[in-house]
Design a protein around this ligand. Sequence first.
Ligand code: FES
Length: 121
Amino acid sequence: MVRMEPKDITEETQNWGHEGILCYSKICTHVGCPIALWEQQTHHLLCPCHQSTFDLGDRGRVVFGPAARRLPMLPIEVDEDGYLAARSDFLEPVGPSYWERNSPSYWEKQEKKFFEEEAAK
Ligand code: FES
């Protein structure tokens, strides 16, 4: 979980967070190392194992390194009691890309369903 200046976050990414607070998986999508090297000035998160770098201001987009897909993001909100809460599960697989997964179409359906439900609110 990170807090960034809203001006450093793309509009699409802001929709998944709350006032600059964003929540991402901490497991690298390359081969699963825990990621924790935060570069505040560039808003990049660096994996110490093979230097994959993710832009947290742009939905965890890969900007460098061997990771083949972005860092999964958890959509959050503030609930009626004032606590940060997940609006859904992760909408794409968490962890390294080599694990057995459901077909990509499953995750595409999950993401589509989430956005349809969000639009209906
Ligand atoms: S496990 Fe993160 S770059 Fe390889």
